[in-house]
Design a protein around this ligand. Structure first.
Ligand SMILES: *Cc1c(COP(=O)(O)O)cnc(C)c1O
Length: 227
């Protein structure tokens, strides 16, 4: 018998159904697929997901094989310079530009191929030692320096935010990220076409949307059974 999908993962469709009912329709949902199987990802796409978020270039190679025609693929992990060539082949966007050196190296490779590529700046909004991203105090200076990189199209701002249980502290950091996003938009910087504010994960997406996110990145909310 033809097995359309794995019925014991049916809750993924239910999760998505309730999610689409819950969030405003201008908000893009990125399904974060770390540690998920091809079957699970396939089901998420059947449930309406159009963007997959990928943390590792190695995962991306496999996912690209299966899903490149069915979904946009966004890289959301820390990109090492020796993986840039692969990354710009398989991903549609890189959400995690976290250093000047990386911008330089990505641009250099794009220039050679005469290609343009959409990039988001990752901000380490709570200045956490354990996280990558541009320091919020440095971000305007950083953004200004990207004028030298004509093959990058800076389309968005991404942040992880701290993993805290205090929702009001999380809200404060999302507010700060929103302000940076709006300020950068107003500056009309060269190579910038800011459209996306990517913030909010399974525990924080409601607050993120209230604070202006128009892209959220969800793993557990989509792929784990909600009791
Ligand atoms: C894992 C991950 C997410 C999603 O996390 P959940 O809490 O499972 O929703 C979002 N963004 C990044 C960068 C991640 O690594």
């Amino acid at each position: 018998m033809l097995k359309l999908f794995c019925m014991n993962k049916y809750y993924i469709l239910k999760n998505l159904d309730s999610l689409f009912n819950e969030i405003p329709n201008y908000v893009y949902i990125v399904a974060v697929v770390k540690d998920r199987t091809i079957d699970e990802i396939d089901l998420a796409i059947k449930g309406g997901i159009k963007i997959l978020g990928i943390n590792y270039v190695q995962d991306g190679l496999n996912i690209h094989k299966f899903f490149k025609d069915k979904s946009e693929l966004h890289f959301i992990g820390h990109l090492q310079t020796n993986k840039i060539n692969k990354a710009i082949k398989i991903f549609n966007k890189i959400q995690s530009l976290d250093s000047y050196e990386l911008a330089y190296e990505i641009n250099r490779r794009l220039e050679k191929e005469n290609k343009f590529f959409p990039i988001f700046i990752e901000i380490n909004i709570a200045k956490e030692k354990s996280k990558f991203g541009i320091d919020p105090d440095e971000v305007y200076n950083f953004a200004e320096k990207l004028k030298d990189f004509n093959n990058l199209i800076i389309e968005g701002i991404m942040t992880m935010g701290p993993n805290l249980s205090d929702k009001e502290i999380i809200r404060k950091y999302f507010k700060e990220t929103r302000i940076i996003f709006e300020n950068l938009k107003k500056l009309n910087l060269k190579n910038f076409n800011l459209k996306y504010l990517s913030m909010g994960m399974s525990d924080s997406y409601k607050i993120a949307i209230e604070e202006g996110a128009n892209m959220i990145r969800l793993g557990r909310r989509i792929f784990e059974k909600i009791e």
